[in-house]
Design a protein around this ligand. Structure first.
Ligand code: HMG
Ligand code: MG
Length: 298
């Protein structure tokens, strides 16, 4: 059977906002995180400590972390591509950090300006620095089902990079379909390969919904024993280095599906829908969640 409970990693404040064309105020980011906390999200990726030249929208992540109202029940995490990022994350008491690389050399070069091997070497000091304080490190592997630059990606490469990150010290690796091209067939093939050597409890799925396949792919993940899914309120987001890719699967849509399956998330759908409508209005965007739109007009 399927899991009775799953963990949702809310990436809206980070993945959702990192690619916004227009300026997003620190105050709005703080409001968003606080509202997600109130809706029952227990894991929120609240920012990224990356080069402000590379991703200007995340340049104020330090202030976001300093200004949010924290709940003890919530993990507030940040992306940290290197030691510099980790040190900043610790200055503002991020609860967890995430390192990120890819199964595609071409994407990694564009995104973090180094090879896969070099990126993992840059993470070594992060793992070292995280150890004494027991800070948990999450990992991301992008382009698991296709790459905007090189096209096809070998599932064996996904497994190899995932395994390496786990050996180095990640407690979990989130498999990213960065451009949302995966289908239940190709995602099942990647999972089958990865699960040859990795436990499903160490894997999360991070699915952008560009081609509308994400919910179906989450169901495939559940059938393979995956119990952690990344999602973004109102389906916000995209990666600046994945042109044309749309946001993550909308958290509202995932929670609605899981509620229907009787799988607990701890998140209140009603409250979450309000948060999705709030942020969409503030950003002047159409709400990217079908559930959010349906509830709002019902
Ligand atoms: P680099 O140029 O190779 O590194 O960039 P560098 O060490 O030479 O540093 C270049 C400049 O960045 C320097 O500043 C550094 O001080 C600064 P300058 O001297 O030019 O003024 N710098 C930093 N500033 C703040 N915080 C830091 C930091 N590190 C260096 N931590 C680097 C390499 C990784 C830094 C850069 O390419 C970068 O920051 N890239 C950002 C990539 C990114 O954030 N992408 C989006 C997130 S990933 C994603 O969306 C995918 C995901 O959602 C999963 C999926 O969907 O598949 C996670
Ligand atoms: Mg992403």
């Amino acid at each position: 059977g399927l899991a009775s409970e799953v963990r949702i990693v809310e990436v809206g404040p980070r993945d959702g906002l990192q690619n916004e064309k227009n300026h997003v105020s620190t105050g709005l980011k703080v409001d968003l995180v606080n509202k997600l906390t109130a809706a029952g999200c227990d894991y929120i990726e609240a920012g990224a400590f990356v080069s402000p030249k590379a991703v200007p929208r995340m340049a104020d992540s330090k202030h976001v972390f300093q200004q949010i109202e924290r709940s003890n029940a919530v993990t507030y995490a940040a992306l940290t591509p290197n030691l510099k990022g980790f040190e900043t994350a610790m200055e503002v008491q991020a609860d967890e950090v995430a390192v990120f690389t890819a199964a595609s050399e071409a994407f990694n070069k564009a995104n973090i300006r180094c090879s896969i091997e070099e990126s993992i070497a840059r993470f070594d000091p992060v793992f070292e620095a995280a150890k004494p304080g027991g800070v948990k490190v999450r990992g991301y592997v992008s382009c698991i089902a296709g790459c905007p630059y090189q096209g096809w990606v070998d599932p064996a490469k996904v497994r190899e990079v995932t395994q390496l990150l786990l050996e180095k010290g990640c407690y979990e690796v989130s498999l990213g379909d960065t451009i949302g091209v995966g289908t239940p067939g190709s995602i099942a093939a990647v999972l089958k390969e990865v699960l040859e050597t990795v436990q499903p409890g160490s894997i999360a799925l991070h699915l952008h919904d560009t081609y509308g396949q994400a919910l179906a792919n989450i169901l495939v993940g559940l059938q393979h024993g995956i119990r952690t899914f990344d999602a973004s309120v109102a389906g916000l987001g995209g990666c600046p280095y994945a042109p044309g890719a749309s946001g993550n699967v909308a958290t509202e849509d995932v929670v609605y599906m899981l509620d229907g399956l009787g799988i607990k998330t701890g998140i209140s759908l009603d409250e979450l829908v309000k948060v999705g409508n709030f942020i969409s209005t503030e950003l002047g965007r159409m709400n990217g969640s079908k559930v959010g739109r349906a509830v709002a007009s019902s």
